[in-house]
Write a protein that binds this ligand. Sequence first.
Ligand SMILES: Nc1ncnc2c1ncn2[C@@H]1O[C@H](COP(=O)(O)OP(=O)(O)OP(=O)(O)O)[C@@H](O)[C@H]1O
Length: 684
Amino acid sequence: MSATPDPLQRERAHLAASRAALRAMRADAEALDIKDVAANWVNAQVLQRQIEERIAALADMAGTPLFFGRLDYAYAPGADLAEGAGGERFYIGRRHVHDADGDPMVIDWRAPVSQPFYRASKKEPLGVLTRRRFGYTGGELTAYEDEDLTDTAGQERASALLQAEIERPRVGPMRDIVATIQPEQDEIVRAGIGASLCVQGAPGTGKTAVGLHRVAYLLYAHRERLARTGTLVIGPNRSFLRYIEQVLPALGELNVAQATVDDLVAHVEVRGTDTPEAARLKGDARMAEVLRRAVRSGVTMPTEPVVVVRGSRRWRVPAYELEEIVRELLARDMRYGAARDALPQRIAHAVLVRMEQAGEAPDDRVQDAVARNAAVKAAVKAVWPAVDPAKLVLRLLSDAEFLAEHADGLLDEDEQRTILWAKPPRSVKSAKWSAADAVLVDEAADLVTRTPSLGHVVLDEAQDLSPMQYRAVGRRCATGSATVLGDLAQGTTPWATGSWEEALRHLGKPEAAVEELTQGFRVPREVIAYASRLLPDIAPELTPASSVRESPGDFTVRQVAGDELDGAVVEACRRALGREGSTGLIAADDRVPVLAEALTAAGLAYLAPGEETSAEARLTLVPASLAKGLEYDYVVLDEPAAVVAAEPDVRTGLRRLYVALTRAVSGLAVVHARALPERLATTA
Ligand SMILES: Nc1ncnc2c1ncn2[C@@H]1O[C@H](COP(=O)(O)OP(=O)(O)OP(=O)(O)O)[C@@H](O)[C@H]1O
């Protein structure tokens, strides 16, 4: 070779070759003909779906670069660590790409050999000589940046490409962070599947991002097990789920279910609401015991013998022996329904013992026949009646005597009155079930029939769940593990979590470790400092987040006269729209209609939260109650006093305000007419 080509040219050539290889992989998948291999129609359907998924996963997505990093090792790591790749140089990307010979061209970011990309440092280079990060502009590879990890004398320098990624103005839905996962985040992402984990983190520390990448990682590391058992991401509401829904598909994971807690417990149609006090009580863990007692209360001790007639003979199991069987089943750790299913066989067994004593030699078929005998069935029906979970909860909430009987020693009289329906509904269908009622029905359903457990559940914004909701989530990962993400300072429900230890206990994962994330990637320094002034009132035990963003942010607080407020807010939105990126106008829920009108009158089109912002539609009008978990490049916050006043108590109000104040990436404009909450009013 004459002259060494420009390194950037070489990297571009590798990118082009990798893209060609990916196209070839996709073409191979498309060309697969399953006619000869699928034994039957069902097989063929399954296989076809798998192929379609593979084709979809192999798409070369515009705007998502195929690789974002390169590691040069001092030696060739074992092939088992490197997806079979030999050599010492690895390109790290969102997915595995190999050439026609099967040699890897891009290594999946989740492979063991990729891990040092996120973790290696000069102090601990992990066998890596150089870490290279790539910069892209509009899909074109335009820059790279090297870190020499052997140069121990040199300082650890912040990466300019990383900084640029963090400072990037936001528009559109949430994006993945594979190229820039930080070491403290990576530890959570790659934690083993065996143990559950809880992450406390201030706004913008990447909890949601980390939770989603953790699912992707676990699916890579335990693909077969999780394909069998399933994974689930739980978020606070639909807008939030829509905001995050593209992250996992962009990482090639198309099969992760996403739901709200309400979706999980949708046994009854929710059309009613509770007072905060009733909702808090219905969400209290004591209700689990009330329900347990109520479900089992239908069991009565037999007073009559069971007489089974077979041929010319009559076999009699006396009442006291039936009672023993029933007591034994009650004492066992069995679901109500499973015990009910077992009862006929137990009675049949008692009959069989008598047959044997009489010299007969009955086999299993005889036992089955006896179990199905009408006399046995009638006895089971009388002793261990079937329970319909919704009907049971309906009775508990409408029949004061029934409730008093089962809540005795658990709920006092006032508490019982609080949760009883003022007007008992006629039927399950006509009842105005509340969200908290649906959780009770779910608990009752689980007492009757065990809820199947998934392999792994990620629970986001967990601080808002009631103990009964934690239980509902916990039974869905009873034999799997959970990643619990949240921020105690952002708890805005009357039953919001006071401590993670307590929450984890209700979830059934008391052994889970609690980690804390403190580096903020979203909120500009001045803005997070301003919002953190509320911490002494809303969560005094928490440390304020730092901000890794270098730009101080554009931060203004403006007071106007009451009749100028709407106009000033519209003006602030217009100014924000003059910049790049998305704008969120956050306001107390009851201010939303007025502001909607003002925006329309001013000719400013706006979206609802969860609707995708784009370069053309960049303004979203966000009711404060839906702001949680979302982010906008620029936020205009309308009348903080109204946001606080909309909540049942001041602490919850200030927490809601804290959430609203921490949604901005590049700038925040607070516009108010009424006085600001005390801690925000004084200049720092
Ligand atoms: N390592 C990272 N590199 C680049 N961006 C990151 C990184 N970690 C987080 N971010 C970005 O920071 C922003 C906040 O992340 P995320 O929404 O996950 O935070 P959160 O802790 O869930 O916040 P909240 O408590 O407000 O819901 C997102 O835009 C996310 O992409």
